[in-house]
Structure formats: structure tokens, C-alpha cells
Write a protein that binds this ligand. Sequence first.
Ligand SMILES: Cc1cc2nc3c(=O)[nH]c(=O)nc-3n(C[C@H](O)[C@H](O)[C@H](O)COP(=O)(O)OP(=O)(O)OC[C@H]3O[C@@H](n4cnc5c(N)ncnc54)[C@H](O)[C@@H]3O)c2cc1C
Ligand SMILES: NC(=O)c1ccc[n+]([C@@H]2O[C@H](COP(=O)([O-])OP(=O)(O)OC[C@H]3O[C@@H](n4cnc5c(N)ncnc54)[C@H](O)[C@@H]3O)[C@@H](O)[C@H]2O)c1
Length: 467
Amino acid sequence: MEKHDLIVIGMGPAGMAVTAMAANMELDVLAIEKHKVGGECLNYGCVPSKALLKAGEVNEVAENLRQYGIKLSGKTEIENPLEIVRNKVGKISGNKTMKAFDRAKLIVDQGEAKFVDKKVVKVAGKKYTADKIFIATGTEPMIPPIPGLKDVPRLTNLNIFEQEDIPETLTIIGGGAIGSEMAQAFSRLGAKVNIFQIDDHLVPTGDQEAGKVLEEKFKKEGIGVHNSTGINKVEEKNGKIITHTDVGVFESDKILVATGRKAVLEPLNLDNAGIESAKTGIKVNKRLETNIKGIYAVGDCNGKALLSHAAMHQGMLALMNAINPTPIKQFNYDDYLVPWSVFTKPEIAQAGITEKEANEKGINYQIVKERYEDYGRTIADGKPEGFVKVITNSRGKIFGATIVGEAASELIHEWILAIQHNISMFDIMMTQHSFPTISLMNKRVAEKWIMNKTDSGIIPKLAKKFI
Ligand SMILES: Cc1cc2nc3c(=O)[nH]c(=O)nc-3n(C[C@H](O)[C@H](O)[C@H](O)COP(=O)(O)OP(=O)(O)OC[C@H]3O[C@@H](n4cnc5c(N)ncnc54)[C@H](O)[C@@H]3O)c2cc1C
Ligand SMILES: NC(=O)c1ccc[n+]([C@@H]2O[C@H](COP(=O)([O-])OP(=O)(O)OC[C@H]3O[C@@H](n4cnc5c(N)ncnc54)[C@H](O)[C@@H]3O)[C@@H](O)[C@H]2O)c1
């Protein structure tokens, strides 16, 4: 039987991180991918969705040039944005990406890897063994049990980017990350979009107020947002999709289902290796090791965070744990905060806990908020929607930050750094940020925290005394 140092199952962001790092360390790696290298993220997720959002943004800017004093003679015409998106994905997944795996052995598109026992994996009729095995098999779209939904032609992230044209009308079930991003991308490229979701605000895992800012923008752009709405039935009639909801019956050309994800573990035959799993994914400890020594599960398949950067980070940590001879100084996944960003306009980004979570945890906190509409740069840019909201306390300890607005996905990293390394509001205030960057909003909110202090209490009294 062929023996390797490492076997990696699945070549999305998590598996790619393990494979590239291990091969770079001159370990002998076998990576097995049943479909395409790049996984969900590169082929059907992050990359095509961001490319389509960019096409939508460019069209929106072109259609609204008047706000900058520019007149466009004629109208923009939507030609082939989905084809351009596919070309971009093709370019990224080409030689440049594959070069990172030059030193590894890859088995791609030869079927699923399956456990034979805790040391042996089988693919395409051949058995392989390794000292360490990394499972990085990701998730698939979860289709909710809405009557009729399984019987109509439906879109998920797996086929939405394969369409030829932008549909005239699009129903989206789900107002989370995928639903919100795709609603704005397709709407800005000409589709009439309606979102239906059971939650009460867009991007429901995040801050409610931020979700409402996004909803207001969506409504201005003509996107229908139907929160807390049940869907009773979906059917196809004369080539149209008919969606029966609590708030009426809606007809559309296409329907996109974006209602969360599920790990598909049956094909792996985990039982043969005695690996434990739950409904949310493969069970792992803090070191990302399964209940079977030497077998790790990283990325979406363990259900800890459904995000590419988290998947890559987990891959890196698990590999470092696997090659670390000291059982004491292992890398603990829970020590590292996971930021997230939704790339709509305005963007929503989160670090640490939300206001709702602070309440649930009974934390004695105060909120400091700085609005985009009060800052010269964002007004000059024509991007006045949004805010930076920080959950802190009287000593300036930072528990969480929510940003909704232009460049939120960039600004959030300062707060991740602050929370993870115990940097305070005072430290942020004392750090120069160049003017007029949007990042300066972070310093302005820290200054506001100090101003709130100086508005009352001992500081004004001392200032008066010593002036
Ligand atoms: C539309 C969309 C947009 C997204 N946008 C973002 C974003 O902007 N930012 C972000 O951080 N995240 C985003 N995500 C989430 C991100 O795509 C996932 O978190 C990430 O892909 C998870 O990586 P992974 O390696 O764990 O799994 P995956 O990327 O799902 O890769 C798993 C791989 O394993 C393979 N596989 C499965 N079973 C087997 C088997 N038995 N044998 C061999 N191979 C197997 C699969 O074919 C797949 O290639 C988005 C997701 C979607 C759907
Ligand atoms: N920018 C990003 O980082 C990004 C972008 C896209 C996806 N993702 C990742 O992909 C994951 C999946 O995204 P998603 O949007 O599918 O899920 P999600 O968990 O973000 O949102 C699920 C949505 O589906 C709705 N829903 C669930 N069941 C329903 C039902 N029966 N009827 C009506 N509505 C229903 C919920 O109300 C919610 O709005 C996310 O957790 C996220 O981590 C990340």
C-alpha cells in the first residue's frame, strides 16, 4: 500500500492550506479532491460572488454618475457579466494556484475518498496510508423542507454562476450572507429581486441595526425585503416560479435558495475509522483533532465557522499541532478570533461579540458609535451610510465591533487585532491614522469614547483647576 506522511481529503481553502504548507516543509503529502481544486470558495463561492458584486457595483456607479456632476449620454447595457465571472475564476484556478502544490501528489476528479480504517483511505479503487490524515471536505447547500421546493428548477451557489443571462425576476430564499450579496449583485445588473427570510433582519448572525442600514439601502435600490416571512409552497407554472408566502404570492423567472449549509459526511465512511460527528459536522477538540488520534478535521466540515479565512487558519493550526512534538504547547483554535464581512454596499463587518451577545452574556458594557454621515471623507465620497459601533466599558476594554459602511471589511481588522491582543480604546485613540482615510473612523470612535468621559466627572474639574 502507498504510504505518505500526510493525506488531505478535500482541496478547498482548508485542504489547500494544509497541503501547501506541508509540501513546503518537504513533507510527503497526498491530497485527494473529488471535484475541483479550490473547493466551494474558488469555484462556487467567495471568488465568483465577489466578481459579480464588482460588476453590479460598476453598473450602479455608471448609472448614478450624476451625483458626481457627470452626465452619461446613453444607458449602460448588461452584456455578459456571468461569462466574465467564469473567466476570472478560470484564470485564478489555473497554473498560479496549482504551483503551490507542485511538491504534493494530487488525485483530482477520481471519485470520493473513503475511510477503510483509522489509518487507511481508499480512492478510485486504491488504498493509501499516512501518519496523519486531515479531513477538509466542506459543506453543501441545505435545502429547507418547503413544500414543492425540491420539485422546481432552483438555483443554489453551485449553479447560479453557470447561467447565461441575468434573469428579469429573481426570488431569493434567505437574507444571510449569500442571499444579501446575490440580491444586490443581481439587482444592480438589472434583475427585479425579492428576498424572503424567517429572520427579522438582513445578515441575521450580525448586529440588528447594521442589518437595518443594509435593508434601507436595498429598498432604495428596489430590492424587496420580506423579513419574518414564512414560505408555504413553491411551484412551477408556465416556466415561471410561483412562491406562496405569508405576505402574498410572487412570480419570478428563477429562485435562489440560500438558507445555510450542511456537512455531507456519509461518503467518507467515518464509522470505519470510528470518527465521531454531530449534525453540525465532524467533532473536534480545541486542537482540531477528531476523537481518533492523528486524524484532524478542518474548515467548514467541523461546523466551527463557515468562512474561508477560518478554514485556512484551521488548516495551518492543525498542521502545526500535528507536527508539534510537545503535547503542552499546542495551538488552540479558540484563542483566535474570527472576523467576518458581508460584501454588499454598504458592507457589514463584525469582530468579537455583538450588542445582543453582550446582553446575553450579562456584560457591563457601553456602546460608542461614530456615523459615516459625520465624517468629511465619507461625505466627499458620496458614501454617508453606516457607522462604527464598539462595545467597550469604562476602562476601554474592547469586547466587539460592528461596522456597516464603505470599506467595513478593511476597517474591521484593527478591532480584531485590538480584541485578540487586549489593546484598549485609549491605545486606538493614541495611534495616528492618516487623514482622510476611512480607517480614521476607528480613531474617531475611540476619541468619542474619551470625550464621553471628559464630558463629566473628574477630568473637567482637574482641567479647570490646573489650567
Ligand atoms: C456564495 C458563497 C460566497 C462565499 N463568500 C465568502 C467570502 O466572501 N468570504 C469567506 O470567508 N467565505 C465565503 N464563503 C464561505 C467559503 O466558501 C467556505 O467557508 C470555504 O469554502 C470553506 O472551505 P473548506 O476548505 O472547509 O471547504 P470547501 O471549500 O467546501 O472545500 C471542500 C472540498 O472537499 C471536496 N470533497 C468533499 N468530500 C470529499 C471526499 N469524500 N473526497 C474528496 N474530496 C471531497 C469538495 O469537492 C471540495 O472541493 C462563501 C460561500 C459561498 C457559498
Ligand atoms: N462574505 C462572506 O463571508 C460570505 C458570503 C457568503 C456566504 N458565506 C458563508 O456561507 C454560509 C452560508 O450562507 P447562507 O446565506 O446560505 O446562510 P446564512 O446562515 O448566512 O443565512 C441563512 C438565511 O436563510 C434564512 N432561512 C433559513 N431557513 C429558511 C426558511 N425555511 N424559509 C425562509 N428563510 C429561511 C434565514 O432567515 C437566513 O436569512 C454563511 O454562514 C457564511 O459563513 C460567507
